[in-house]
Write a protein that binds this ligand. Sequence first.
Ligand code: BG6
Length: 512
Amino acid sequence: MSTAPTPPDNPLRDPRDRRLPRIAGPAGLVIFGVTGDLAKRKLLPAIYDLANRGLLPPSFALTGFARRDWSTEDFAQIVHDAVREHARTEFSERTWEQLASGFRFVQGEFDDDAAFDTLAETVAALDAERGTGGNHAFYLSVPPRSFPLVLNQLKRSGLSEPTTDAWRRVIIEKPFGHNLESALELDDVVSEVFPEDSVFRIDHYLGKETVQNILAMRFANQLFEPVWNNHYVDHVQITMAEDIGIGSRAGYYDGIGAARDVIQNHLLQLLALTAMEEPFSFDANSLRREKEKVLSAVRLGEDLGRSTARGQYAAGWQGGEHVRGYHEEDGIAPDSITETYAAMRLEVDSRRWAGVPFYLRAGKRLGRRVTEIAVVFKRAPHLPFDLGTSGELGQNAIVFRVQPDEGVTIRFGAKVPGTAMEVRDVSMDFGYGNAFTENSPEAYERLILDVLLGDPPLFPHQREVELSWQILDPITEYWESAGSPEPYRPGSWGPASADEMLARDGRRWRMP
Ligand code: BG6
């Protein structure tokens, strides 16, 4: 029996084949919170970029839902401005016209039944007029307090209800609660309306190319995995430093702080990807299962006063500019104890990682914007050189440079040219910019496309969310009872207590 060969350039040939361009089928996306900063800076430009790369079908429709009294034309103008300002790819009139013909805007409050009924009619009309085929995703880019309201409205209006041959999906932006208890409550609300396989929780770090590269590096090569364990690894440092302050986000950030904002999600996901065992395959279940195992095995230090550190940025000079301290930021109470810097020492209780500390740190108003994972190796057990001439030899390290200069650095010792046997640290770099001609897509491009394709590996499961809160809750509870965070200078690398935490182990933070 012969089967007709599938044309090799048919991108729809096999959706499991990730080497091929993946194109979404007929679908619509509704964004709640479309007037917000995230929508303008990330979501709307990402949708345009997907369309420009030919990854959205011509029938794609985008509906904005917001309180503003806008017409669809006003909405289109807002999208246009956001695209012009923030899109990654060049502006194309052709792409824009095709995309904009699928725009709709529905005005209303989240507690307004009539507005959701109008939304349901709009979505049904899109199926008839544009061929979205009944497939719709709902993006909740709204404050967490509005989640229950919007979800219940989606249910009441029938919008969450799939048909036999069409899907309905929901996309939830972090924070998924502010502790374990609230995460469970949120999940109760979500699971009342959508089954787990229709829920896509966004942790945008998982959409970053360099984060996916951790798995490619580890599991597509023979080189790294044999040394990826406590026989060779001394410790791991995961850093997410930002040079900006909280800007206009006081309402969200105060009372949340650095640990809940980025360690509970982004940094613990990076830890899980760095420490996990090889997944059985690259499907969502296998990947999530391995990450869950790591998160379940994470252990905190017994004395949280010594194994964690936190700080708050003071006023001062950064980059030649005087910047306000956290307490002087608009909307922040002068006695707020919210941390803008958090560091912690964790261990992973497994045969592979026993005894290897994982140091995590994240903060705002630090020296520069950089996210990296540094796997630092033990020193060679014996050096056949004169110690005096090998004095500048540090520890070997593999550093995943997540951003901004995306790539991987390997640090090792090499002989200094000359007659003496002097060994010094050098590095070998792989940079995305040099190695590939394609630019990395934005994380949101990848993630929005994956939602439309129904492809879940890059979205954390509720269980991962819960495990991450389980790790963090004792720390944030301890901090709440431990007074004010230590002030640090803007442009510095955080509070002295974070340095002391490593110094107690005879180690130092890397200077990224
Ligand atoms: C978000 C945090 O998840 O990530 C922000 O809420 C932070 O506080 C942002 O600024 C950083 O994202 P990126 O992609 O610029 O590293």
